[in-house]
Ligand binder design. Structure first.
Ligand SMILES: *Cc1c(COP(=O)(O)O)cnc(C)c1O
Length: 397
């Protein structure tokens, strides 16, 4: 089985580029150039240097001893929470800003839901002195004030989107409109392994640094490059794609992808795409997504803003269909319990998204000698007000 994208931008039957005619020029320019830029030694040197000195990579691979004792196996945490700006998203934005410069662009646009990708984009724009415009639904602006303030302090222009539900989907539409109107000077930084080809492949490659490091770190600490299991949460799927990438062809490594089931699969308030969705087209690619009988995209829900997405990147639809990865799902309450457990056992407050990955550890009968890597995609600072509401229930005993 081949898990790489093909010439036409497909993973099996998923992917492609379903875009308006007016966007063709921008996408084609990126498609024709991204591989040669990524393979260029000068790009690789600059990217590696920034990941090291600016982002703080390599992120540690940490053997969580008390968590391991609790789950009766050997659990390693890949510490993406220790990256600059607090999550894996910066790996992608650093890479894309370097690509934008090599394409001669001077202006960056992005969409953001919870604001995490907006902050990561505004950060690299400040770093490189590029103009930055972030589209964000008005409802999200009201819900995510700290991130809006951060983006503004970083010098980004945050444009409120008042159409539709005033959330991520509407912000994405506005960003696309902007790009069509500004094809010459603007690059659009998409924040996950979603969107038309070549974005899913581009973002996967930029995030693949996660599994690249895992290989030598595991070798150093366990004597072999491969773990038995890798667990990662999936919103659009970029941290999971990066954590899986270098192990895709090694079927001995079992991959577990975790979606958010919100208040429960049947509650009507969920983001468990693989259970509730079917193939369709969203944001320019064919993938599995949540939709009603008329093909209208269903509004997703999760307590964690980063997992609150109605689709998944096309690579994940293929990993699901081919059974290369197991897709599981976790409710708000299960994620909350796992977040407090990690905090109490290890002194690490995880992002709510990452807590979904931790929550499935309860479900699998890992052997005592099994090496399990959990990709800890981000830290929990941004989620403190949510955690506070649950503090009484999960107070340390
Ligand atoms: C955005 C985000 C996610 C979800 O995005 P993916 O593309 O699925 O990785 C997960 N964890 C954190 C901390 C995030 O900020």
């Amino acid at each position: 089985m081949n898990y790489s994208v093909d010439e036409r931008g497909y993973y099996g039957e998923y992917g492609g580029a379903f875009i308006p005619e007016m966007m063709y020029g921008n996408i084609e320019e990126l498609r024709q150039n991204y591989r040669s830029i990524l393979d260029n030694p000068d790009f690789q040197r600059e990217f590696a240097q920034l990941l090291k000195d600016y982002v703080g990579r390599p992120t540690p691979l940490y053997l969580a001893e008390r968590l391991s004792a609790f789950h009766k196996s050997r659990i390693y945490l890949k510490r993406e929470d220790l990256n600059h700006t607090g999550a894996h998203k910066i790996n992608n934005t650093v890479g894309q800003i370097l690509i934008a410069r090599r394409l001669g662009k001077t202006r960056i646009i992005a969409e953001t839901g919870a604001g995490q990708h907006g902050v990561a984009t505004a950060t690299v724009c400040a770093l490189k002195g590029m103009k930055c415009v972030v589209y964000m639904g008005q409802l999200d602006i009201e819900r995510q004030e700290p991130n809006v303030l951060r983006m503004k302090m970083l010098g980004a222009e945050v444009i409120p989107v008042l159409s539709g539900n005033m959330t991520l989907k509407d912000a994405t539409n506005e960003a696309i409109r902007d790009w069509i109107n500004n094809p010459e000077d603007t690059h659009y930084i998409i924040g996950s392994v979603v969107g038309p080809h070549p974005y899913p492949d581009l973002v996967t490659r930029l995030q693949s640094v996660i599994s690249d490091e895992m290989k030598w770190q595991l070798k150093e600490q366990t004597g072999r490059e491969s773990p038995d299991f890798i667990v990662a949460c999936v919103g659009g799927g970029s941290n999971a794609a990066g954590a899986f990438y270098h192990y895709l062809d090694n079927e001995n490594v079992r991959l577990i992808a975790v979606e958010a089931s919100g208040k429960g699969i049947d509650s009507g308030e969920s983001a468990a795409t693989m259970v509730l969705g079917r193939p369709g087209i969203i944001h320019g690619s064919r993938t599995i997504l949540m939709q009603d009988d008329d093909g209208q995209i269903t509004e997703p829900y999760s307590i964690s803003a980063g997992l609150d997405y109605p689709g998944v990147g096309p690579i994940h639809s293929f990993l699901y269909q081919s059974k290369r990865a197991v897709f599981d799902h976790v409710t708000d309450d299960e994620a909350m319990e796992a977040a407090f457990r990690l905090t109490h056992l290890e002194g690490i407050v995880p992002a709510l998204e990452s807590a979904h990955a931790l929550a499935v550890l309860d479900r699998y009968k890992f052997g005592e000698d099994h090496v399990v890597v959990v990709n800890l995609s981000g830290r929990g600072d941004k989620d403190m007000s949510t955690y506070m509401r649950y503090m009484d229930r999960y107070a340390a005993s």
